[in-house]
Design a binder for this molecule. Structure first.
Ligand SMILES: N[C@@H](CCC(=O)N[C@@H](CS)C(=O)NCC(=O)O)C(=O)O
Length: 210
């Protein structure tokens, strides 16, 4: 397998975690987002959306981090990243989407660039935008973790939701977002970062880290 990704990309980080949890080897293909390599002709030829991550598995090309993780979970079921019961699976997917669909897209690189370049927001206003959506979005996760506390987002083994949570917290910390108001989220984050697979996948351990 080949993973096209970028050390700082949180959607890429989700997939790196899943691959590490499952102990799967892959070739790391860096796509430098700050240098706009995602917009290059060669990358556009494989990625319709011109986004990372993208996973090549043999002749197949997979996109969208959560779809990639679910694919990996189906093809390499151990250890599972989704619980067995439909209701529990729905909860894990909902928690994942609370982050991946409700927070992350508002703070993606192309959105931030549009705010600054086209709408002429100052760096300070852009950062306020970023923090607002992270801080309010994490509250939604906090309320759910507080209502049903467990070691990780759902239960005592890591799930898809944990693969999505950890990179979002790295982003929150990079942009100095408040996290004191989400103690359960941070408790789960700390527990996850003690797991070798989560640690191995983090940006500073990537070959393109700078
Ligand atoms: N929903 C997509 C999001 C992918 C995405 O937004 N990737 C970002 C990096 S985290 C990217 O490639 N951004 C490039 C850009 O904004 O130009 C997924 O989960 O894979």
């Amino acid at each position: 397998m080949e993973l096209y990704n970028f050390f700082r990309s949180s959607a890429s980080f989700r997939v790196r975690i899943a691959l590490a949890v499952k102990g799967l080897d892959y070739v790391y293909k860096p796509v430098h987002l700050q240098k706009n390599e995602q917009l290059s002709e060669s990358y556009s030829a494989v990625s319709a959306a011109r986004l990372v991550p993208l996973l090549k598995d043999g002749d197949a090309t997979l996109t969208q981090s959560m779809a990639i993780i679910e694919y990996l979970d189906e093809v390499y079921p151990e250890p599972p990243l989704l619980p067995k019961s439909p209701l529990e699976r729905a909860r894990v997917r909902a928690l994942s989407q609370d982050i991946a669909c409700e927070i992350h897209p508002l703070n993606n690189l192309r959105v931030l660039r549009y705010l600054v370049k086209d709408l002429k927001l100052s760096e300070d206003d852009k950062n306020r935008w970023y923090r607002h959506w992270v801080e309010t979005g994490l509250e939604v996760v906090e309320r759910q973790l507080a209502a049903q506390p467990s070691t990780y987002c759902h239960g005592d083994t890591p799930t898809l939701a944990d693969c999505v949570l950890v990179p979002q917290i790295f982003n929150a910390q990079r942009f100095d977002c408040r996290t004191e108001h989400v103690p359960n989220v941070m408790r789960v984050f700390d527990a996850l970062m003690k797991l070798p697979a989560f640690d191995r996948a983090q940006p500073k351990n990537c070959p393109d880290f700078e």
